[in-house]
Design a protein around this ligand. Structure first.
Ligand code: HEM
Length: 494
């Protein structure tokens, strides 16, 4: 303990025993937490039984603590649900430990800024496959969008070709995300408040969480082992292609000190990438589609830039990146407008600390209100308006405007290590779509446009609850480009 105990940060009034359990919002809490900043400031304290929670409401507070003091704040809180579902395989949730470090080091080898250039042909292939699917079956846009990012990650990690959302491993990932994501919301499940509940039998009324835990455990086991075992088998038979899993197996096998542990590491790195990549990037892409349907003039500006730079005779590729400045700005604004992980992934204070004259207790759960930061009107005036122009000055990305990618992917030693892969996927999706397709809104039954800010989600990931738009080719030449695309008529991805 510090020798001179300081007050805890301010927060809403607490009641004996239950603390803030009753005034902690469960629906879109990031908005309530943002509104509280006016009353309590940008470092807010909440107490729920057995948990101190600190909510950081500004980019400055998040940077000061999670980045500049990352030696204190790089741990993760233990979530009761995860004592029920073994989560050691999932390194995003591991505590700050040598095990986490080993996972993160291996992950980084395959997803760092330089390594992800190896996956560009896969990303191009899947973005263009999307265009084709959008033409062939325009009523299934939501499915087609998800498929892009599931297919990219499964190809990169396991060399698996996915052409359909019905593929068993895609279905599995969907089920895991659906069942596991809600368990990551702090305080979401009753069990978080009443830890003794975990000892009650599963069949008691209200024991939903325990049944859910058993289901999650089985799904996760299948997800982490299924595709990995396929790769292992193909290595044994000498038939494997290039993939992160194959490379991990081969590299780690050569350090044979403890084969079991090495294999577990390879399994977990591959499995974590598979789980963390698809839903997140899908959510960001969904925001892009919704934004384009609501802001036709911005869509037209993006299309005009691509027409100028790429022309009508070929599809865009990664060599166009530097020149497609407005498209880059649309990508940044899509990441800002509807923040994918509005409260980040919780960190934990490993020891007591002091900040702005307040005491941060050891063990406190630290939430970064990324939503509030990306909607801070000081950095982003009129924040609910989709306005890529806010990032531009003299035809370039303006370095004086805060880069939303420095907030949207979290902070410090835990910052998202998949951010280069997802930004590249998102950029290529936006460029490919704007180049060839028109996006038009489908109005709500009352004739009004869809409002994404009324969307309510149940998990850590925030996304529009539907994609109310139609896609059609911009021109006959665009349609021909999509249909004639060489990447999709012959396999050039090797
Ligand atoms: C738009 C897409 C994405 C967003 C918004 C996003 C956001 C985040 C955030 C906020 C965190 C927590 C950072 C923190 O603790 O402060 C995180 C962690 C992580 N992300 Fe992402 N992510 C995205 C895509 C991806 C992709 C494509 C991958 C895999 C290729 C990935 C892999 C991971 C992993 C492994 C972690 C855990 C890191 C750790 O705990 O050390 N993410 N991500």
């Amino acid at each position: 303990h510090l020798s001179n105990p300081l007050p805890l940060p301010p927060g809403p009034p607490r009641y004996p025993l239950i603390g803030n359990a009753l005034n902690t919002p469960t629906v879109m809490p990031w908005k309530t937490f943002r509104d509280w900043i006016k009353t309590y400031g940008d470092v807010i304290y909440l107490q729920i039984p057995k948990q101190s929670i600190i909510i950081l409401g500004s980019a400055r507070a998040a940077t000061d603590l999670l980045e500049k003091r990352s030696d204190i704040y790089s741990d993760r809180p233990k979530i009761v649900m995860h004592e029920l579902i073994p989560m050691r395989w999932n390194f995003p949730l591991l505590g700050y430990s040598s095990e986490w470090r080993a996972n993160r080091r291996e992950f980084h080898q395959y997803f760092n800024q330089h390594a992800v250039a190896n996956y560009q042909s896969i990303q191009l292939h899947e973005c263009r496959a999307f265009l084709k699917r959008a033409l062939d079956n325009p009523t299934q846009i939501g499915q087609h969008i998800r498929l892009i990012y599931s297919a990219i990650i499964l190809k990169v990690v396991y060399d698996m070709d996915i052409t359909d959302m019905k593929h068993e491993y895609v279905q599995l990932a969907e089920k895991v995300a659906h069942n596991v994501s809600p368990t990551l919301v702090p305080g979401k499940f009753l069990v978080e408040f009443l830890p003794f509940l975990k000892y009650l039998p599963k069949w008691l009324p209200g024991m939903h969480f325990k049944r859910n835990a058993t289901l999650c455990e089985e799904l996760i086991r299948q997800m982490v082992n299924g595709p990995f075992d396929v790769v292992k088998q193909s290595i044994a038979e000498g038939t494997h292609g290039k993939s992160v899993a194959a490379s991990l197996i081969e590299r780690l096998q050569s350090h044979a000190e403890s084969e079991g542990l090495q294999e577990e590491l390879a399994r977990n790195v591959a499995g974590s990438a598979y789980l963390a990549a698809a839903d997140t990037t899908t959510a960001a892409a969904q925001s892009f589609f919704v934004a384009m349907s609501l802001y036709p003039e911005i869509q037209r500006k993006g299309q005009a830039e691509i027409d100028l730079i790429v022309g009508r005779d070929r599809l865009p590729d990664f060599n166009d990146y530097d020149k497609l400045v407005y498209v880059q700005a649309i990508m940044l604004e899509s990441m800002r407008w509807i923040p994918v992980i509005p409260l980040g992934v919780p960190h934990r204070a490993m020891r007591e600390d002091e900040y702005m004259g307040f005491r941060i207790p050891e063990g406190a759960t630290i939430l970064a209100n990324i939503w509030a930061m990306l909607h801070d009107p000081d950095d982003y005036p009129d924040p609910e308006r989709f306005n890529p122009g806010r990032f531009l000055k003299d035809g370039r990305i303006n370095p004086d405007v805060r880069d939303p990618l420095q907030l949207a992917f979290g902070f410090g030693r835990r910052i998202c290590p998949g951010r280069w892969l997802s930004s590249a996927s998102l950029f290529m999706t936006i460029a490919s779509v704007l180049h060839t397709l028109d996006i038009r809104p489908i109005l709500e039954p009352d004739g009004k446009p869809y409002d994404p800010f009324t969307t309510i989600v149940d998990g850590v990931i925030l996304s529009p609850d539907k994609i109310p738009c139609t896609l059609s080719p911009r021109s006959q030449s665009a349609e021909r480009l999509i249909c004639d695309d060489v990447l999709n008529t012959s396999d050039m991805r090797a």
